[in-house]
Ligand binder design. Structure first.
Ligand SMILES: [Zn+2]
Length: 253
């Protein structure tokens, strides 16, 4: 499918010619001040915002995700749950719909799948749409609850193909999830150029003291392989460390 041509729309509602790199200084200042609003791409749909302020953002996985995971099936082990999120991460790479990360929320008592998420940062032009965030958002929406900490009825766990960045670790605490299970490590992500932000050993001690169980390196080799696949296909490192990006280019030619 040919990429949709990107236009800018000025605050007076007049559509400018297709964006060129040679934007004038005045245009740059207006854009910085929010006077030029860009088209919003999400879920492969093109919304022309025009001169109206944006009042809503749609959060949705790519459509192919619907073919993966079953809410009728009961997932019995961490390995089985991890197999699903690693598959989601890999398919996200193969479909070129985002970064190499997948996540899911399960009900611990019976292994029921509540929601899944893949990384949607580039596709939705949204820096916060990491796989974990998407899975948490969809689970809370599905359960009509702003928290998953509903001990009287059920406990919920987050399974992630990679250890969370600083943002996702923070979101995890507020989400009400009681257990975190990860595949690839933070080191695996930084090795291919991603930055994971300020996550320290103290961060995990805090999470543990909040009563959240943390299990690492489940199906680690398979989870790490998805990151390497993404790097080998030239995937965009959208929040990478400059130094790490240089290492990546050297490693993968
Ligand atoms: Zn994250």
């Amino acid at each position: 499918m040919a990429p949709t041509q990107h236009k800018e729309v000025h605050s007076d509602g007049l559509s400018a010619s297709p964006t060129t790199p040679a934007r004038t200084a005045a245009q740059g200042r207006r854009a910085h001040a929010g006077l030029i609003q860009r088209d919003v791409y999400c879920n492969n749909r093109h919304h022309l915002v025009g001169s109206m302020k944006i009042t809503a953002v749609r959060v949705a996985n790519p459509r192919w995700v619907n073919a993966y995971g079953s809410q009728k099936h009961r997932y019995k082990s961490d390995a089985e749950k991890m197999e699903l999120v690693i598959r989601l991460a890999k398919e996200n790479v193969l479909h070129r719909t985002g970064g190499p990360f997948g996540a899911a929320i399960f009900r611990r008592e019976d292994g029921r799948l509540i929601s899944v998420g893949v990384n949607n940062v580039q596709r939705c032009n949204n820096s916060v749409l990491h796989a974990e965030i998407v899975a948490i958002m969809l689970a809370q929406h599905s359960l009509c609850s702003f928290t998953l900490d509903v001990k009287d009825t059920a406990t919920y766990e987050l399974i992630s193909s990679c250890e969370p960045c600083a943002m996702c670790l923070g979101a995890l605490v507020w989400s009400g999830v009681r257990r975190l299970v990860c595949g690839a490590t933070r080191h695996d992500a930084t090795r291919i150029g991603f930055e994971e932000g300020p996550v320290f050993p103290e961060s995990y001690r805090y999470v543990k003291n909040r009563g959240i169980e943390f299990v690492r390196r489940v199906s680690h080799k398979q989870a790490r392989a998805v990151l390497d696949l993404y790097a080998s296909r030239g995937g965009v490192i959208y929040n990478g460390l400059r130094q790490s990006c240089v290492k990546l280019r050297k490693s993968f030619g």
